[in-house]
Design a protein around this ligand. Structure first.
Ligand SMILES: Cc1cc2nc3c(=O)[nH]c(=O)nc-3n(C[C@H](O)[C@H](O)[C@H](O)COP(=O)(O)OP(=O)(O)OC[C@H]3O[C@@H](n4cnc5c(N)ncnc54)[C@H](O)[C@@H]3O)c2cc1C
Length: 379
């Protein structure tokens, strides 16, 4: 058993942290003000190989491990959860399935430019009427001359408003439910594919997400990813690492909230002494420190399992469940420690509080994760 990061991973963390603070943090104010994503960020990250460090260098990655990818997401989310989330969904939900089961042509057309940050991907699973119950999706594809005619709509598609390509979850046989689901990868400019505008949200300002309406576009046969009817299986292969990386993002966000709160507790004086000297404050910080440590251990254990190609359904669900609820608690406590200043826009505490809440909802709500963990326990 070895709980330490390797010297390479530690050096890599330093480099990503430096990059995130220097190159990404300056975008945060503008994203809060405009709710727009600075798309040039993808190219900056792609140039450094950060969009897919764990993929082979011949496909635009950096031959590193999945632990390193989680480090990337943790350090980006320390600075901006909105950037971290949209980068993560581009890399793991829109692009990874192409690497996993795509043809060489699909990899050349979508995966390689995605890893270089030259083309931005979005993944469409959620629909207006279907979220958690993925087997019930209503977007359907029917075989026609030259391919598949697709009708339906996707909702809350991160990167959707400005994406270059879409990895879409579509039913090619509704009667078979999960076994009738297929994945398609298509250019977003395909006639009949309509990208909706950004949907205003509580937090994650600038992490744009919109609808995608499919008004009967015909997707050519070569846009099918892998085999028809196996899409649900491919989706699960992508979802487990996504949950682990999202949990890493929660650790980054919680660490940022904690660092602010610890500093403030040492500086702010009331009743003639630093507020951190009051047990009511120091216990909050102690609890935060314990929970961040625990979540980080869970994240990197699950990432380690992913690197060993071991089963990680339960560990991925546990890491995301615990880390997301922990991040909400950490943001709540850190805001409380800042008093009125925590509620003021001048400080990032209220942003952490709004942003943390999303992690409990998407890519598996806390309730669905408990259902999965229960299932893994044989219930
Ligand atoms: C900012 C943002 C970005 C997103 N990005 C993407 C994206 O890029 N791609 C994408 O496909 N989706 C995306 N989503 C969608 C997200 O994954 C879904 O919102 C999420 O999966 C939940 O689905 P839903 O909203 O339809 O809720 P529902 O499934 O309708 O659930 C509503 C409530 O019922 C509960 N519930 C449902 N079933 C059960 C059950 N069996 N047991 C107990 N409770 C249950 C849920 O936990 C929840 O509390 C995004 C969402 C947001 C807000």
């Amino acid at each position: 058993m070895d709980f330490s990061f390797t010297p390479e991973q530690l050096m890599f963390r330093e480099a990503v942290s430096h990059f995130a603070k220097k190159e990404l943090e300056p975008y945060v104010k503008g994203m809060e003000a405009t709710d727009r994503f600075p798309v040039e960020v993808f190219k900056k990250l792609g140039d450094l190989g950060y969009l897919g460090v764990h993929f082979p260098s011949e496909w635009g990655g950096a031959d590193a491990d999945f632990i390193s990818f989680c480090i990337v997401i943790e350090e980006i989310c320390y600075v901006s959860a909105a950037i971290g989330i949209n980068v993560l969904l581009h890399s793991l939900m829109a692009s990874a399935p192409i690497y996993l089961v795509g043809s060489d042509e699909q990899k050349q057309r979508y995966f390689l430019p995605a890893m270089r940050g030259e083309r931005i991907g979005a993944a469409g699973l959620t629909e207006p009427n279907v979220g958690s119950s993925a087997g019930d999706i209503e977007t359907t594809a029917q075989r026609v001359d030259g391919g598949w005619k697709v009708r339906g709509a996707k909702m809350f598609t991160s990167n959707g408003p400005y994406c270059d390509f879409l990895t879409l979850v579509v039913s090619t046989d509704r009667e078979k439910r999960h076994k009738g689901i297929s994945l398609f990868v298509v250019d977003s400019a395909t006639p009949g594919v309509v990208l909706g505008p950004n949907i205003p949200r509580m937090g994650i300002a600038g992490g744009e997400a919109g609808s995608v309406t499919l008004e009967g576009p015909v997707f050519p046969e070569k846009s099918l990813l892998g085999e028809a009817g196996k899409g649900f299986y491919y989706l699960m292969e992508a979802l487990n690492p996504t949950r682990v990386a999202l949990a890493a993002g929660c650790v980054g966000l919680a660490q940022a909230a904690f660092d602010h709160a610890l500093r403030y507790a040492k500086e702010r004086k009331q009743f003639g002494q630093p507020i951190g000297k009051f047990q009511g404050v120091s216990f909050k910080l102690a609890d935060m420190a314990v929970e961040i440590e625990l979540a980080r251990l869970m994240v990197y254990k699950a990432a380690w399992l992913a690197d060993r190609k071991e089963k990680l359904v339960k560990e991925a669900a546990m890491a995301k469940l615990y880390a997301s609820e922990m991040a909400t608690r950490a943001a709540h406590r850190a805001l409380q420690i800042h008093g009125g200043y925590g509620y003021a826009k001048e400080y990032p505490l209220e942003r952490y509080y709004r942003d943390a809440r999303l992690f409990e909802i998407f890519q598996g709500t806390s309730e669905i994760l408990r259902v999965i963990i229960g299932g893994q326990l044989g219930l």
